[in-house]
Design a protein around this ligand. Structure first.
Ligand SMILES: Nc1nc2c(ncn2[C@@H]2O[C@H](COP(=O)(O)OP(=O)(O)O)[C@@H](O)[C@H]2O)c(=O)[nH]1
Ligand SMILES: [Mg+2]
Length: 284
């Protein structure tokens, strides 16, 4: 990954971005950021260049420039680290992010996947353990209901839990954190405390369709808190996915993409090719 990219928070609004164009052939090219008539949705058209489409996704111009080259996949690979999700037996992994970003569903997708592996391993791998650290009213019940039917152990651990107090040997341990606002130093300090008490690694869950400036702030704050990886959620629910690109460009390794609200579907390891295709083709 190229770490020289710097995100300018106050990049010009996409609508005011001018892109040099050749003389129109037939049919005429669309503007870089298509303007919708009242009541219509502006979609990227096939006549747009790759930089125009990236601008449609609200990716800032300096990042678009940094990705220019032989192919979009190669540009993505240059600016973003793609890696497997860094989950190891015995080392808790906490999933953090804003409220509603998809932390609990993503955790459930991971838990379900490892529970299946454990079932098929004839006792070689133990079933996953989930620590519910979100004490927001209703959140434990919601998590328990998403995980119903999965062969996992779920325990309440509001405030975090020392791994010395749990039987975590040779099992995947996932930590469901409360949602937080990264602009609140108190909320960030509280999250750090829970993560430290649990001796967990930290990963960010961030949804597509967010404002890329906000996603940059969130990713930078998590990076500073020690997060090394991220999972992209709601990939099939949004057109514009620039928030995923700008977050990953802050130095978080991009791992899974979540494409479905169902626990057993739509969870894919992202690669430069898959991400390039998703940028160029809207979900059908
Ligand atoms: N369609 C779809 N829905 C998602 C995805 N990720 C999360 N959701 C939904 O988004 C809502 C919030 O997710 P949740 O995991 O509860 O968010 P949390 O507050 O961060 O724990 C729920 O209704 C989820 O089913 C996704 O990738 N696709
Ligand atoms: Mg949750």
């Amino acid at each position: 990954m190229n770490s020289s990219f710097s995100y300018h928070t106050h990049y010009p609004h996409p609508a005011s971005t001018t892109v040099a164009k050749t003389q129109p052939a037939s049919p005429p090219p669309q503007p870089a950021t298509p303007q919708a008539e009242a009541g219509e949705v502006a979609l990227p058209s096939n006549s747009l260049s790759i930089p125009d489409i990236l601008a449609w996704h609200s990716i800032p111009q300096d990042l678009i420039n940094a990705m220019a080259g032989s192919s979009l996949a190669a540009g993505l690979e240059r600016m973003i680290t793609f890696s497997p999700f860094p989950l190891l037996p015995g080392i808790p992994m906490a999933l953090g992010g804003a409220s509603g970003s998809g932390k609990s569903l993503t955790l459930a997708k991971l838990a379900a996947r490892y529970a299946r592996q454990a079932r098929q391993s004839n006792g070689r791998i133990r079933r996953p353990l989930v620590l519910a650290c979100d004490s927001t009213p209703g959140s434990y019940i919601k998590l328990a209901s998403i995980l119903r039917g999965c062969d996992i152990d779920l325990i309440k651990a509001y405030g975090g839990l020392s791994p010395d107090l749990i039987d975590g040997y040779n099992r995947i341990i996932l930590v469901d954190l409360p949602g937080l606002c990264v602009y609140s130093p108190t909320a960030m300090a509280e999250m750090k405390e829970v993560v430290e008490r649990t001796r967990a690694s930290l990963s960010l869950v961030i949804p597509a369709g967010m404002d890329p400036e906000e996603s940059t702030d969130i990713a930078a704050a998590f990076h500073q808190c020690g997060a090394k990886s991220m999972i992209a959620s709601r990939m099939e629910q949004s057109g514009r996915i620039g928030s995923i690109i700008t977050a990953a460009a802050c130095g978080l390794a991009l791992t899974y993409g979540s494409y479905s609200g169902s626990i057993n579907e739509g969870f894919t390891q992202l690669t430069p090719t898959i991400l390039a295709r998703r940028l160029l083709v809207l979900p059908g």
